[in-house]
Design a protein around this ligand. Structure first.
Ligand SMILES: Nc1ncnc2c1ncn2[C@@H]1O[C@H](COP(=O)(O)OP(=O)(O)O)[C@@H](O)[C@H]1O
Ligand SMILES: [Mg+2]
Length: 315
């Protein structure tokens, strides 16, 4: 069987700085795969390269047998790759429904009935979004915003859903709910590749895992095997793993209200209270999230660029 996604030996650079070195990985149809690694290991860079936001200098990326290395992101959405970026990139001043409509952009030429179908499907997954369909996205709680991010990505009916830092800034109970939805989505045949810092939770919910360190694949194993061997995991993702990736493990800090956008915070309006990362040992190896410092790396373009309004002319 050929894989849905096959990445072979990619090197990716930021200017003259090499971020990825010969990364090879695959996601089979219907699989749910985790990408783990300390802060700065190259997880986001890998995801951005797969979804066409960065081009590899060498190596190949095949999706459904087609070479897609360097194909721009908007075309990949049409081929069936949807990417929920770190920080979500919602349109804060647009309503929930307008954000969802934007997620359907790549399929806008299909019959209107399909849009309604998709929309209703998302509201079935996330009833909260239906209640708030006319509310501006920026006024939602952090958990609701992440629900919207997932739903918006799913509007394009992807065959591969890529999610970067699902749990960023969210309470564990919300993350668990989101994982429940992702499993349902996966059960309908959508393959999922995700980066996640709740190591235990992500291993419990995926088929296989890759561990990155310093821009290289350090390990690839069935998630269950890693779940059974916390020492192995912490040796890669705990202090040693972080140190190997060139990072000092700092005392736990709450996840960043990173980009200064008031809309990214978890506002507690759903009664969960403040976020649980770092304050709740659940799902965290050695009681320490593997990305000990969320702000350790160079500012990422995805975090600083503000979302643009969807254009009303053709793409
Ligand atoms: N826009 C950028 N410009 C220059 N270097 C970057 C940029 N984004 C990331 N890097 C560097 O690339 C490496 C991998 O980063 P990243 O993929 O964001 O790691 P992770 O998602 O695993 O934390 C790090 O050394 C980081 O500092
Ligand atoms: Mg990252």
């Amino acid at each position: 069987m050929t894989s849905l996604l096959e990445v072979e030996g990619i090197d990716v650079f930021y200017g003259s700085v090499q971020a990825l070195r010969g990364i090879s990985m695959r996601v089979d149809a219907g699989e749910m795969v985790a990408l783990l690694g300390a802060n700065g290991a190259g997880k986001t860079t890998t995801l951005r390269t797969i979804s066409g936001l960065l081009a590899p200098r060498t190596g190949s990326i095949r999706f459904d047998g087609n070479d897609i290395a360097g194909v721009p992101a908007h075309k990949l959405v049409r081929l069936g790759i949807a990417h929920l970026p770190e920080g979500r990139d919602l349109f804060p001043s647009l309503t929930v429904e307008e954000n969802l409509r934007y997620g359907f952009w790549s399929r806008r030429r299909t019959a209107g009935a399909e849009y309604k179908d998709r929309l209703e499907g998302m509201f079935d997954y996330f009833p909260r979004l239906k209640e708030r369909r006319s509310q501006a996205a920026g006024t939602l709680s952090g958990g609701e915003q992440q629900m919207l991010g997932v739903a918006r990505a799913l509007m394009s009916k992807p065959r591969l859903l890529i999610v970067d830092e699902l749990s960023l800034g969210l309470a564990p109970i919300i993350v668990e709910q989101l994982f429940g939805i992702l499993r349902e989505v996966n059960a309908t045949g959508t393959a999922i590749l995700l980066v996640e810092q709740f190591v235990h939770m992500v291993l419990a919910n995926t088929n296989r895992a890759y561990v990155l360190g310093k821009g290289e694949v350090r390990m690839e194993k069935p998630s269950a095997a890693l779940l059974d061997d916390p020492e192995l995991v912490s040796s890669y993702l705990g202090e040693e793993g972080a140190a190997a990736a060139g990072y000092v493990v700092e005392p736990k800090t709450p996840p960043a209200e990173s980009n200064g956008s008031s809309s990214d915070g978890f506002n507690g309006s759903n009664g969960i209270g403040s976020n649980g990362i770092g304050s709740n040992g659940r799902g965290v190896m050695n009681g320490s999230p593997m990305n000990g410092s969320m702000n350790g790396s160079a500012e990422h373009p995805a975090r600083t660029s503000r979302p643009r309004r969807p254009r009303s002319t053709s793409a």
